[in-house]
Design a protein around this ligand. Structure first.
Ligand SMILES: Cc1ncc(COP(=O)(O)O)c(C=O)c1O
Length: 428
């Protein structure tokens, strides 16, 4: 049910009860009222073509009728059980069948929680403490994940920089940081410290920066050589880059992966999974009381999220779905680039057709530091104009959805043209 009240009234109410006026996720001056298909509306009734799509989960668009039907059917039979339920078991079966590295999985409620368990699982399995992650790589909010997520100061690798208050100093002792897309840096760390390193944790597509040819294959080969586990954080890329995720798309199979966003069909659900051998760490009988990794959560395997996820996956399996998503994304990238080029603005499209954005620079952006060549002032002006012209997106990403219509593409193309000319005028 839509709530009464203007956007400004809700912004003020939020300021009173939410620190920094919001949920911490997005511009707190926007209060969304509802979404349908490819569109969202704010509390003042302004309509947008939605390229935020809930930060990724709503790949099918908002309120897909088949997903709604599955959820409505489940609601009266129970909203949460804590206990095993067929819906959750079926979803686990569907995910395991889809994702190459998985034989078993455990459900959790958020991607960050899944990443926390992935780190702990790698430590429990190998008996080692250190995790190698990449500068600028995002893995949720655990203490380890907050190391060198978006550091303001440039320190020497592999020293981590905590990006949050409240993190004990000794967490840094267990985290090594390397630049993304640099195999030599990883090789040097493994050669020196592999006996203490449990895993390499990587976003296969880091934020929107693609892996260079051979990079993920190189990480895989080094992990095999040095006996270190490879974790793919597929919270964003899972069921997006391909039905089997980035591991299917790039043809590299990790040891452990995490999934979230799409698998819950818009409800809170994420997962962590691996081979049966590795996942035995979660089984007290098989792992033994000493090395057992305890894992539980009140909403894990929630049946509403499970039926929403199951129906979403069923729809994604239909022939041609990923071709449509990719061709839509390619068209969006191309039309955006054309408008910026016509306005004489230095730029490049970065990412994958299923998830991308524009960087305002011609220089090569292959890791966190080089991505700083992106002109952030240009970015702000451009994104502001897109929003004013009916395109809703996050400041750093554009997610195409499967709900986009020809009319949406026309609105978007006009917004790209206007934003490019607004930016060109402001640069002069
Ligand atoms: C790559 C990656 N890992 C982890 C997370 C955290 O997921 P959640 O927000 O569900 O905790 C995100 C969220 O955007 C993500 O993009």
């Amino acid at each position: 049910m839509q709530k009464i009240g203007t956007q400004n009234e809700w912004v003020d109410r939020a300021k009173a009860v939410l620190p920094a006026g919001g949920f911490g996720n997005f511009d707190p001056n926007v209060v969304l009222s509802h979404g349908k298909g490819s569109r969202v509306w704010d509390q003042d009734g302004t309509e947008y073509v939605d390229y935020l799509i809930g930060s990724g989960p709503m790949l099918l668009g908002h309120g897909h009728p088949e997903v709604l039907e599955a959820v409505f059917e489940q609601l009266p039979s129970g909203m949460t059980f804590f206990a095993n339920n067929p819906q959750g078991i079926e979803l686990a079966e569907a995910i395991v069948a889809a994702v190459p590295c998985l034989e078993q999985l455990r459900f959790v409620t958020s991607g960050g929680e899944a990443d926390m368990y992935a780190i702990r699982l790698a430590r429990a399995f190998t008996g080692r403490d250190k995790i190698l992650k990449f500068e600028g790589g995002y893995h949720g909010m655990s203490a380890e994940a907050q190391m060198s997520l978006a550091p303001q100061q440039q320190v020497n690798f592999p020293q981590p920089v905590p990006d949050s208050g409240g993190i004990p100093a000794d967490v840094a002792e267990h985290v090594l940081v390397a630049p993304y897309n640099d195999l030599a840096a990883v090789e040097a760390l493994l050669a020196e410290q592999s006996q203490q390193i449990a895993a390499i944790l990587v976003e296969p597509l880091q934020r929107i920066i693609p892996p260079e040819p051979g990079y993920l294959q190189g990480l895989r080969a080094m992990c095999d050589q040095y006996g270190v586990l490879l974790i793919f954080d597929e919270i964003v890329t899972g069921f997006r880059l391909a039905y089997g995720g980035a591991q299917e798309h790039y043809g590299v199979t990790p040891d452990i992966c995490t999934l979230g966003k799409v698998i819950g069909g818009g409800c809170p659900l994420a997962a962590i999974g691996a081979s049966t051998e590795i996942m035995q760490c979660f089984d007290r009988e098989k792992a033994g009381a000493e090395s057992w990794l305890m894992q539980l959560g009140t909403l894990s395997g929630n049946p509403i999220a499970a039926v929403a996820g199951l129906k979403t996956l069923e729809i994604l399996r239909r022939p041609g779905t990923y071709d449509t998503l990719r061709s839509t994304g390619e068209r969006l990238m191309q039309m955006q680039s054309e408008k910026l080029a016509a306005a004489g603005i230095a730029h490049q499209m970065v990412g994958d057709a299923t998830l991308f954005d524009v960087y305002f620079t011609n220089r090569n952006c292959r890791d966190y530091r080089s991505a700083k060549h992106d002109n952030s002032a240009h970015n702000v002006i451009y994104n502001q104009s897109l929003r004013q012209n009916g395109v809703f997106k996050s400041p750093g990403k554009l997610y195409p959805s499967l709900a986009l219509s020809d009319e949406d593409m026309e609105i978007t193309e006009r917004a790209f043209r206007t934003a490019a000319s607004v930016l060109a005028d402001r640069i002069v």
